[in-house]
Write a protein that binds this ligand. Structure first.
Ligand SMILES: *Cc1c(COP(=O)(O)O)cnc(C)c1O
Length: 223
């Protein structure tokens, strides 16, 4: 139960060269591990569970940028709205409206990524292509003044078929370019969050600007 320092240093060196951001996925890992990586210089951490995130946030340095990367339920937005840096997995207009409401209460603007579903698995959350394009073309989003859409997030299938994984990343990049050219695009729309421990190198080849890596850095998660 510790940080893989060598791995961390080599991955961050590689990402820096390629100008790709790293979110260290610390779900289920103890605050001691997060602090250890913080001391190596890491500031962006990703968590999947609201309760766990809210608890860790109070116990760790205030300059950590917390990314919520899990499936977010509307009734839990209020617990992270005061401090969250980026909500990566927004998968419905209803959730966006709730984030907007809670951000307003906290007198801030919350950055969000729209989650896109391109993988085969039924269990993955997100907008499908049609829903995404409909949402970004509509006027709906312009009324939400307390959220800012800064990019897209997606996951490829868990598969050994490299061609399949690659084509899903390629699809995400294509959708990213389409949304960037829509009314939702603009100077702040810059993040394409794709790639995890097993597939981040391929994701970067296909245009990822932010990777979310957990087990490669913190070791396997055993619950
Ligand atoms: C857990 C998780 C990750 C990190 O997965 P690893 O395979 O451990 O790198 C990345 N993204 C999301 C959305 C996750 O839930």
């Amino acid at each position: 139960m510790a940080v893989n320092t060598q791995q961390y240093l080599s991955i961050t060196a590689e990402l820096k060269k390629k100008n790709v951001a790293l979110v260290a996925v610390s779900k289920i890992k103890p605050v001691e591990d997060i602090l250890e990586m913080y001391q190596l210089g890491q500031r962006d951490f990703g968590e999947n569970y609201v309760q766990e995130l809210a608890d860790k946030q109070t116990r760790l340095p205030a300059d950590i940028r917390w990314h919520f990367i899990g499936h977010l339920q509307g009734n839990k937005v209020k617990y992270i709205a005061p401090f969250v840096h980026l909500i990566q997995g927004v998968d419905s207009f209803k959730l966006l409206a709730e984030i907007n409401k809670q951000a307003q209460k906290n007198n801030r603007v919350i950055d969000c990524l729209l989650q896109v579903h391109v993988a085969e698995e039924e269990t993955k959350f997100g907008f499908d292509e049609g829903e995404l394009l409909e949402l970004v073309q509509s006027e709906q989003l312009t009324s939400l003044k307390h959220i800012r859409i800064t990019g897209l997030m997606g996951m490829a299938s868990f598969s050994d078929d490299e061609n399949k994984v690659r084509s899903e990343f390629r699809k995400l990049k294509q959708l990213f370019d389409t949304v960037a050219a829509s009314p939702v695009g603009g100077p702040a729309f810059t993040i394409l969050s794709m790639g995890m421990s097993g597939d981040y190198e391929m994701a970067i080849e296909e245009g990822s600007t932010l990777v979310r890596i957990g087990s490669l850095l913190f070791g396997a998660r055993i619950r």
